[in-house]
Ligand binder design. Structure first.
Ligand SMILES: *Cc1c(COP(=O)(O)O)cnc(C)c1O
Length: 405
């Protein structure tokens, strides 16, 4: 005796959509949090192998597409397999990686100039769990060598540091790490693969806040880790346990951003170099930090490490301008700008500025700032896609006002 389904069941058993003829050019956004199987065995096989999809916290095709794409970009010219894992944010990628690679009693050597939340994670939360971190001047290779111990799990640095754009000597740091049986883990957010590909220079894992240059439009938050399959597999297991998976909607936007990454970053770097050269001779300016300037710590290193494709060195697109006159002069410079916008974050299409001492580094008193090589007057510019002549004219006009304020 056949039984007619009721209206609710019929609404939940709609016919499958027709199979598309032709492949979509853009990646589909798979929002499903769960995946259906014909048999229990099929479901169990997916869980056992890790291939395929069962539950969105574990993997989604859209987040995986983004991670694969970054692995391809960072893995170009690398002589081993490179995999990727996507995360809900840059800090999710960093915290999960550090938790995956350390444990109670582990030792970490980190650059003293690293991103503020990475610093507080290592110096606070992870210390409470028995991970001991020594912070060193990462440009002093003898100091790094002297700080590494037989039980050091990893050296953590950034390709380009915030906000003074210190360049890490990645091949030398990889050598020091590997001699000690440790890993080199690199936050390459400020560089992006359009400036530098650390895996090809000896790094073991590369991390990004995809919120910045990879997405590039200030409209999606995410993170990613790439490296050898075995290491990335360990990070993936920790991610599944901890839970900070990348949402499929964010993954779609971040993936789309990658298509224009080289175009955007090439232009932003060129504008940044032009901008740095144009503002540094203004009488109100005490100092400009950008590796394109011959007297910057990283000028020669950038020339060696940041031109893998032979397009000419890209020196990064963050420029820090320090006016004479201390903290209040820095705040006045930012306030007098009209083309650039006062806002957190970097790496997007708009030029964003921030007075370093009262924003990203506000926890640090002036003395600690000076110790970190940052002047209390420093203003960080993340150069966007505006016409560089407009950015330069706006900044020179603001500096004129600082001089007379
Ligand atoms: C922004 C940033 C992070 C943190 O990324 P979120 O996406 O904000 O979590 C980490 N490292 C660097 C260098 C950054 O600029």
């Amino acid at each position: 005796m056949s039984h007619e389904h009721g209206e609710n069941t019929r609404a939940l058993r709609l016919p499958a959509p027709p199979a598309p003829v032709g492949d979509p050019l853009r990646i589909p956004v798979h929002r499903s949090t769960t995946y259906a199987f014909a048999t229990s065995q099929e479901y169990a096989d997916v869980l056992d192998s890790g291939d395929g999809y069962s539950y969105a916290r574990i993997d989604t095709p859209t987040a995986e597409a983004f991670a694969h794409a970054v692995a391809a970009l960072e893995g170009h010219g690398v002589d081993h397999d490179v995999r990727g894992q996507a995360f809900a944010s840059g800090m999710a990628a960093i915290s999960t990686t550090l938790l995956a690679l350390t444990g109670a009693g582990a030792h970490v050597v980190a650059a003293v100039s690293i991103y503020g939340n990475t610093y507080s994670l290592l110096d606070g939360l992870l210390r409470r769990f028995g991970v001991h971190t020594d912070f060193v001047d990462i440009t002093d290779l003898d100091a790094v060598r002297a700080t590494v111990r037989p039980d050091t799990a990893l050296i953590f640095t950034e390709t380009l540091s915030n906000p003074t754009m210190v360049v890490s000597d990645l091949p030398a740091l990889a050598g020091i790490a590997h001699d000690a049986g440790a890993l080199l883990v690199v936050d390459s957010t400020f560089a992006s693969p359009a400036v530098c590909r650390p895996l090809a220079l000896g790094a073991d894992l590369v991390l990004h806040s995809a919120t910045k240059y990879l997405g590039g439009h200030s409209d999606a938050t995410g993170g990613v880790v790439v490296g050898r399959p075995e290491l990335v597999g360990r990070v993936r297991s920790a991610r599944v346990d901890l839970g900070p998976c990348l949402s499929p909607d964010e993954a779609f936007l971040l993936h789309r951003g990658l298509e224009t990454l080289p175009l955007r970053v090439a232009r932003q770097c060129a504008s940044a170099s032009e901008f740095a050269a144009a503002v540094r001779d203004h009488p109100a300016v005490a100092r400009v930090d950008h590796p394109s300037l011959p007297d910057h710590q990283g000028h020669a290193l950038a020339g060696k490490l940041f031109d893998a494709d032979g397009h000419g060195t890209r020196y990064g697109a963050v420029v820090t301008v320090t006016p004479h006159g201390g903290r209040s002069a820095g705040m006045a410079l930012a306030d007098h700008l009209h083309v650039a916008t006062i806002a957190a974050s970097l790496g997007g299409t708009h030029t964003l500025v921030g007075h370093v001492g009262s924003t990203t580094h506000r926890q640090m008193p002036d003395a600690a700032l000076s110790e970190a090589g940052i002047d209390p007057a420093a203003v960080r510019f993340s150069i966007g896609l505006e016409d560089p002549a407009d950015l330069i004219a706006d900044t020179l006009a603001a500096l004129d006002q600082c001089g007379t304020a």
